[in-house]
Write a protein that binds this ligand. Structure first.
Ligand code: ACO
Length: 334
């Protein structure tokens, strides 16, 4: 029996801190509005175009996960990256991260599922281990959303931030590890959250006009309701599939979009907020990076112990939503 064990976590945040007060001089907003409506106080913005590329942030997070597990980059046979902000339209962020890690012989590919990218990547990676005999897989969530934000749109630019998180998954025969993953999409509602322009959204360069900016557009209010419903439903699905109950869950790590969404999910599921790990006040919504960043923080802060059941739940563009339930076996002092 092959089980999928999580053996290392890591994250990497850009240096620059952009506070709510800083945003007051960019758009018509206030620290008070942002805190009250979202819970966010500050976020990190990748300003160093050399060292804080998507590939470099992702690679640094991956190296920390590898160091925790005591695994060398050359032992990796697959890299799966959840992102919508690869440094280039192609090649994939995963291939560019592979180069940064100097891994020459491995499969590397991206998964595009908005803020659910990390959970979708985790499902793909787990299946690669269970079905295809792959042994060591890096799963990374990384975004540089600041590069596709319209900094004149207060509805979106105050919400998002940049960063990367990574985990290492390894094939092991011991029980535990990833118990279940669940992913869902509703493409019929893609227009609630999308990138305004893409290669096929406009006629070809007939008039040789300069490329239009690639802005993120969002109907936050309508997304809010879907987020609460979908996150709650997919959490229940994870419990049903793994034969556990809410009482068995030690910690819930939700996508970090909005404190009010997380509270509403806690209410709906009737789980005490104390069991939710939240760090969005420091980083805002980092899309597919938010869950692995929070997971790494909680792990390094000693909030997750071997034997704990860890529930991850995500929601994002697509629409997409997903969950994973992990019986924790990661030893930090390996
Ligand atoms: N500062 C001040 N006022 C603002 C700001 C701002 N930054 N942004 C909006 N407002 C105003 C609006 O213009 C509106 O004014 P009006 O009443 O005069 O029209 C008022 O505040 C209320 O706006 P709402 O959109 O109704 O505010 P809401 O309470 O819904 O909060 C928010 C907006 C934070 C976006 C919330 O709806 C939300 O978090 N939605 C979910 C986001 C999400 O989950 N996204 C999916 C994942 S993200 C991803 O995949 C990248």
């Amino acid at each position: 029996m092959i089980n999928v064990h999580l053996t290392g976590t890591g994250c990497c945040l850009p240096e620059h801190v952009l506070t709510n007060h800083d945003l007051e001089s960019i758009v018509d907003t206030s620290d008070e509005w942002i805190r009250r409506r979202t819970g966010i106080c500050e976020r990190r913005i990748a300003r160093d175009i050399e060292n804080e590329t998507t590939a470099r942030l992702g690679a640094r997070a991956a190296l920390k996960a590898l160091a925790m597990a005591g695994v060398q980059p050359k032992e990796i046979d697959t890299i799966v990256v959840g992102t919508v902000t690869a440094d280039r339209q192609f090649p994939s962020a995963a291939c560019m991260i592979q180069k940064e890690l100097q891994i020459t012989d491995a499969a590397a590919y991206d998964v595009s599922a908005g803020c659910s990218g990390f959970i979708f990547a985790l499902e793909t990676a787990s299946n690669a281990i269970r079905v295809n005999g792959v042994r060591n897989v890096l799963v990374i969530g990384v975004e540089r959303l600041s590069s596709i934000l319209n900094w004149q749109d207060r509805n979106t630019c105050v919400l998002l931030g940049d960063g990367a998180g990574a985990i290492l998954l390894q094939a092991e025969s011991a029980p535990g590890g990833v118990l279940t993953t669940n992913i869902r999409s509703d493409g019929g509602r893609w227009d609630l959250l999308y990138a305004e322009y893409g290669p096929s959204s406009e006629p070809p360069i007939a008039n040789m006009a300069p490329a239009k900016p690639f802005f993120l557009k969002m109907e936050g209010n309508r997304l809010f309701k879907h987020a609460v419903n979908c996150l709650s439903k997919i959490a229940i699905m994870a419990l049903e599939k793994s034969g556990l109950t809410l009482d068995d869950i030690s910690i819930v790590i939700p996508h970090q979009a909005n404190m009010r969404i997380i509270r509403a999910v806690a209410d709906k599921l009737q789980i005490d907020m104390q069991r939710f790990y939240v760090n969005l006040e420091k980083y805002g919504n980092t899309s597919s990076a938010s869950i692995p960043i929070a997971l790494d923080e909680a792990n390094r802060n000693g909030l997750i112990q071997p034997g704990d059941n860890v529930l991850l739940i995500s929601f994002g563009a697509g629409l997409t939503w997903g969950s994973a339930l992990i019986k924790w076996t990661c030893q930090q002092d390996k």
